[in-house]
Design a protein. Structure first.
Length: 274
């Protein structure tokens, strides 16, 4: 199968490197209270979750989002700073990221920075998810300028420990230089029918698994193990798999919990990783 043709170094997670979840963006907490509650549940191996009110921070602080953000931030604090031994949100994760829509490089820099400041001021986020990020070489200088400014904003705030986290939402393998512009790249986002035959870019073998994320919808319960095996072989350290799809009028398959959430949590396993 194509995912088995990856270079030897790219198969570095096949020996049991722990996976964790990245959540591209649940529905509004008022519409998806169970989803947001699960993120702060002890034992959930969460790396990060994206807060998206209206393709950004919205026009004013939202009380429901403030509450959800506070719960997730408190769960992370307990895990990092001596909370209950049962509270095993991963020490490397549990961050809340603000959603910035780059529109494939079409949005003005000033608009993006204004949205970023609102996210920091209102929700004390711990980083940013740069959705619809360009993947071509020509877009790299502008993305580097943006991520440099975002890192500086996060460093000035009191909400982002370790300088915060930046994730580039390409959804495909970008030009390799993007790997130096952020902390993590989403190198696959799409349906299971494509993922099961996907191939990893050879240049990714130069980086550890925590640098890459895969988001796959339409994964049947019976293929969960195969999907996780693909992620490990392709060197992805962060995943979100769901059986929901973009058919039947459902515009965003990642907006709700997969129906097998408890099973996939148990398969990934809890624990704190430094």
């Amino acid at each position: 199968m194509p995912y088995l043709t990856a270079p030897t170094d790219a198969r570095r997670t096949a020996g049991g490197e722990p996976l964790g979840f990245g959540v591209p963006g649940y529905a509004h907490p008022l519409l998806a209270p169970a989803e947001w509650a699960e993120l702060a549940r002890p034992g959930t191996p969460l790396h990060w979750a994206v807060l998206n009110i209206a393709d950004g921070p919205g026009s004013r602080p939202d009380p429901h989002c403030l509450e959800a953000a506070g719960r997730l931030r408190n769960a992370r604090e307990r895990a990092l700073h001596g909370g209950s031994p049962d509270d095993t949100v991963r020490a490397s994760g549990g961050r809340l990221l603000g959603h910035l829509d780059l529109a494939w490089g079409e949005r003005p820099f000033e608009e993006l920075i204004a949205d970023a400041r609102s996210f920091i001021d209102w929700y004390r986020i711990g980083g940013f998810y740069l959705a619809r990020c360009p993947a071509e070489r020509a877009g790299l200088p502008a993305v580097r300028s943006l991520t440099g400014t975002l890192h500086a904003l996060l460093a000035e705030s009191d909400s982002a420990d370790d300088g915060g986290r930046l994730v580039l939402g390409h959804g495909t393998h970008p030009y390799p230089g993007y790997a130096e512009a952020a902390d993590q790249l989403v190198t696959f986002q799409g349906p299971w029918t494509d993922y099961r035959w996907s191939q990893v870019a050879e240049w990714t073998a130069d980086y550890p698994p925590e640098r890459f994320a895969h988001f796959v919808h339409g994964v049947p319960r019976t293929h969960l193990e195969e999907a996780m095996r693909i992620a490990r072989w392709q060197g992805a350290g962060t995943i979100f798999f769901t059986d929901r799809d973009d058919r039947s009028g459902q515009s965003d398959p990642f907006a709700a919990l997969p129906r097998y959430w408890d099973e996939i949590v148990s398969r990934v396993g809890p624990g704190i990783s430094e």
